[in-house]
Design a protein around this ligand. Structure first.
Ligand SMILES: Nc1nc2c(ncn2[C@@H]2O[C@H](COP(=O)(O)OP(=O)(O)OP(=O)(O)O)[C@@H](O)[C@H]2O)c(=O)[nH]1
Length: 562
């Protein structure tokens, strides 16, 4: 090497160009070192330096005059030649996978094994002649003439090694371009184009013997590639700007957001989350379950989460109500998607929840008021439809109820009986014992009627001492039988009044639908006529004017106190 350094040199435009490119490349590498971090930065810088080494050796090869020295510098360029695609492949993989952590020392060492071995093969070529053949030598007898290399089998083996890394690089960026969208896809497509340039230069050199200044054009094409990459990464700042913008967006969010890694540690929290948790510093890496607000709830949610679905949970504190949305942070790999952690988005729904509660309160109040109004309405209706003395329905309700029962009887084709009841000699009772006594008797009679009726029957007080019964489903015989029971029962019943025990009897007239009338008036007229008959027949009896009715009451009046 010393001999070659001391041997003759010649400097021309090609040497000057190579020197300028090399110095420019080193300055560029220095500038990149001082720039903001980006994925794969270390390997990018190593690739830069390897490339500069390659160009520097190529420059020395061009500048030296002696053919042996030219071959010596060519041999010295090989560590750079093989390292460039090696580091390039690693850099691209790290870049598209967003790997920011430096490569482990062991991996780094394994990467330099290839370049060193190939370098040793080149250096030992004078002994085996398998890298460059015996016909390797100056193109002409002119001093400083470029060397024409005869490539041996080891050269092609080294080329295959290099092409493997270059193919990997191209595959990595192509895949990234295909799996991404929009501006990212354009970014990666530019990577593909830039990656293709040294490929083309190298194929031109190895396959077609194209040379620049008598040497391999690949290192010069690499300079273009490096500048283009530097511009794409640091000039466009695509992957630099986005995280910053995302961070700003996260900080600007009014809702708390937490990012948790696979070990359940909080690795990111925006201002809103820190404010809610009352935290200032030293929170990074804290276990989610130890997070001051909702920690254990969120941890429980994390443990039972279904990875496919967003989780929703409403949590309450004195601060308010929060709806939690949980989403997996995943990365696509060759083996499928890998979960890197979870993002927990706590949406502040306090206003909505308070509005909901107020609405529910207002609804409950309205419902309560509605119930009161309904009940008052019912009471009013009851009062309007009921007789205040006996509590029985009055005449006003008769039309409505009879209409319903008649419709049912028609629908079900069942009989319907109607009975008119009048107390006997009630005027006399009033006159003898007073009106209040009479009222007591009326109340007791009402009770007597109620306890002797079926649940389907209805009784009305339609006048002073007049009652009306509707007996659905009862034909004339059944109605007569039941009225007789009532009549007999009343006649035998001692009635307690405020001034003593009284006895009272009743007379009843029956009418049957549809035989004696189709509407209420017709039936009432028929019942009234029968009642008249009962009175005329001596009172304390039940009468029916139905010709066919074998009403025993019509022929054989029940004896009572008359
Ligand atoms: N105590 C009381 N008496 C009433 C009430 N309404 C009507 N009366 C009385 O009931 C009596 C009805 O008598 P009348 O219709 O003449 O007949 P009666 O004395 O019952 O005789 P007959 O019906 O023929 O058996 C009258 O004296 C009315 O004043 C009431 O609410 N309370």
């Amino acid at each position: 090497m010393n001999a070659c350094l001391r041997s003759a040199w010649h400097f021309d435009a090609a040497v000057l160009f190579t020197a300028v490119v090399c110095i420019g490349g080193v300055l560029l590498a220095r500038w990149v070192i001082n720039q903001r971090d980006f994925p794969g930065r270390d390997t990018f810088i190593l690739m830069h330096l390897a490339s500069m080494w390659w160009i520097a050796m190529a420059g020395l090869e061009v500048a030296s005059v002696a053919p042996d020295c030219k071959q010596f510098w060519a041999a010295m360029s090989w560590p750079g030649i093989v390292s460039v695609p090696t580091f390039w492949a690693v850099f691209l993989w790290q870049y598209v996978s967003s790997v920011r952590t430096p490569l482990p020392r062991r991996s780094m060492l394994s990467l330099v094994v290839g370049p060193v071995l190939i370098w040793l093969m080149v250096l030992s070529n004078p002994w085996h002649g398998l890298f460059y053949g015996p016909e390797t030598g100056p193109e002409s007898s002119e001093p400083g003439a470029p060397i024409r290399y005869q490539h041996g089998p080891l050269f092609y083996a080294a080329a295959v090694y290099v092409y493997l890394f270059m193919s990997f690089s191209l595959g990595v960026v192509l895949r990234a371009a295909l799996t991404s969208h929009g501006v990212h896809r354009r970014h990666y497509l530019a990577f593909v184009l830039v990656t293709a340039v040294p490929w083309s230069a190298n194929i031109a050199y190895v396959g077609f013997g194209v040379v620049v200044f008598g040497v391999d054009p690949t290192p010069f094409s690499f300079v273009f590639t490096l500048v283009a990459f530097t511009w794409l990464i640091l000039g466009v700042r695509l992957f630099d700007l986005l995280p910053v913008a995302r961070h700003l967006l996260l900080e600007a969010l009014l809702d708390p957001v937490l990012v948790v890694d696979t070990q359940g540690r909080v690795i990111e929290a925006n201002q809103a989350a820190l404010k809610l948790g009352g935290l200032g510093a030293g929170w990074q890496g804290r276990k989610l379950q130890d997070w001051p607000v909702f920690g254990s709830d969120l941890q429980a949610m994390l443990q039972k989460q279904d990875a496919q679905q967003d989780q929703l949970l409403t949590l309450t504190t004195s601060e308010g109500y929060f709806e939690v949305r949980m989403r997996n942070i995943e990365r696509l790999t060759r083996h499928g998607s890998v979960v890197l952690g979870q993002m927990l988005y706590l949406r502040d729904v306090t206003q909505r929840q308070l509005a909901k509660l107020k609405l529910a309160e207002a609804l409950a109040l309205s419902e309560e008021r509605l119930r009161t109004i309904t009940s008052l309405h019912e009471q009013l209706r009851e009062q309007a439809l009921c007789d205040p003395l006996t509590g029985l329905y009055n005449r006003r309700y008769l039309d409505e109820l009879f209409g319903r029962e008649l419709a049912r009887a028609r629908r079900e084709n069942t009989p319907l009986s109607l009975a008119l009841i009048d107390l006997d000699h009630f005027k006399q009772l009033n006159d003898e014992h007073g009106h209040l006594d009479g009222d007591d008797v009326l109340k007791s009679v009402a009770q007597h009627l109620l306890v002797n009726l079926r649940s389907s029957d209805t009784v009305f007080r339609i006048g002073g001492e007049e009652f009306l019964l509707i007996l659905p489903g009862a034909d004339s015989l059944e109605a007569a039988r039941r009225l007789e029971v009532i009549c007999l029962g009343l006649a035998q019943k001692p009635i307690e009044t405020r001034s003593g025990v009284r006895h009272v009897t009743l007379s009843a007239g029956l009418a049957l639908w549809p035989d004696q009338g189709q509407v209420l008036d017709e039936l009432m007229r028929a019942a009234d006529a029968a009642l008249y008959e009962a009175k005329r027949g001596g009172r304390n009896r039940v009468c029916s004017l139905l010709p066919r009715a074998a009403s025993p009451a019509a022929e054989a009046p029940i004896t009572g106190k008359g």
